[in-house]
Write a protein that binds this ligand. Structure first.
Ligand code: NAD
Ligand code: LMR
Length: 339
């Protein structure tokens, strides 16, 4: 059975049973931060993905237990757990895709940028190891603040001489997942049919959902679009407040991360027309990194797609987000070069 079935942006494997994987090429996926709130359910979802042949679960501690647990699931991949610096090399060697949900999450009252001081160093050291042990892997950066951690990763790879802009992705899929859910609820359309691009970055007003391009079309008024936009931008904070000090989105993020990694694997495997939004090196605006629709292929980014027609409200949102996004990008670059 061919693996070249048409992709779906909704991670069809999550609901499909009995998918034959014999013809899919071997693919190793490493998850760094695999024992955490996102890492554990993401490990589960990647274990369910028939495109994965080896699943490597790494954290500073706790991964042997997660790996033993997940490994009993009767799906294709062989699972290994690795803990601590001395096992990072083994965790990474041969990886085709590395997913990074390592780092601290927000508590109520914090911005994503408040995580910078701790997470920047974590991301820097993990990316230094990626450059050494699996320089050709596609890197899916989940750790916040994504608007800064992706530029940090790029600088680390540049210094190591391994940077390939086609292989570095900030995971913004959760913004798309939220925009789809909230739009479907308001527009009263089937959520499974909804497509909405979300562009910009991954923090507050830098998250810009393009509801003017949403399908199926619905006649929503300006106020409804503004409310949907705000809810999408504040989606992470909604979860942080509801969890009241116990962290941020983990389950919906694991779902979103699994969809994005699945898209990367499909691209690597040559499935055509795999398109997801992601925060990547970009010339779509005057900013060096920007989230927009990206076509994925055998080398990672095949094409960064443009923004398409924007409403006046979206044009204003685009101009408003640029200064914050620019300064978050510059902060990441400066950190990587100063430390
Ligand atoms: P968590 O604290 O539950 O888990 C983080 C894990 O990272 C822990 O198991 C910890 O041991 C591990 N870790 C820390 N330093 C490490 C290192 N050097 N190497 C390997 N592992 C290390 O946090 P969480 O809720 O899973 O969130 C993780 C990160 O993801 C946070 O920064 C959060 O803000 C971010 N996040 C991003 C998105 C997004 O849309 N991109 C969504 C939700 C959360
Ligand atoms: C999210 O969007 O849920 C994540 O970025 C976590 C957060 O801090 O909001």
């Amino acid at each position: 059975r061919s693996i070249a079935r048409k992709t779906s942006t909704t991670g069809a494997y999550l609901t499909r049973r009995g998918f034959a994987s014999e013809s899919a090429p071997d693919r190793k996926v490493a998850i760094l931060g695999a024992a955490g709130g996102i890492g554990q359910p993401l490990s589960l979802l990647m274990k369910l993905n028939p495109l994965v042949s080896q699943l490597s679960l790494y954290d500073i501690a706790g991964t042997p237990g997660v790996a033993a647990d997940v490994s009993h699931i009767n799906t294709r991949s062989q699972v290994s757990g690795f803990a601590g610096d001395e096992q990072l090399r083994q965790a990474l060697e041969g990886a085709d895709v590395v997913i990074i949900p390592a780092g601290v999450p927000r508590k109520p009252g914090m911005t994503r940028d408040d995580l910078f001081n701790i997470n920047a160093g974590i991301v820097k050291s993990l990316c230094t190891a990626i450059a050494k042990y699996c320089p050709h892997a596609l890197v899916n950066m989940i750790s916040n603040p994504v608007n800064s951690t992706v530029p940090i990763a790029a600088e680390v790879f540049k210094k190591a001489g391994t940077y390939d802009e086609k292989r570095l992705f900030g995971v913004t899929t959760l913004d798309v997942v939220r925009a789809k859910t909230f739009y479907a609820g308001k527009a009263k359309v089937n959520v499974a049919d909804v497509i909405v691009p979300v562009v910009g970055g991954h923090a507050g007003i830098t998250i810009l959902p393009l509801f003017s391009q949403a399908t199926p079309k619905a006649n929503l008024g300006d106020e409804e679009i503004e409310a949907l936009t705000k809810r999408t931008q504040d989606g992470g904070t909604e979860v942080v407040e509801a969890k009241a000090g116990k962290g941020s989105a983990t389950l919906s993020m694991a779902y979103a991360g699994a969809i994005f990694a699945d898209a990367c694997l499909k691209g690597l495997n040559g499935v055509p027309d795999v398109v997801e939004c992601s925060f990547v090196q970009s010339t779509v605006t005057d900013l060096p990194f920007f989230a927009s629709k990206v076509r994925l292929g055998k080398n990672g980014v095949e094409e960064v797609l443009g923004l398409g027609p924007l409403s006046d409200f979206e044009k204003q949102g685009l101009e408003a987000l640029k200064p914050e996004l620019k300064s978050s990008i510059e902060k990441g670059i400066k950190f990587a070069n100063d430390n």
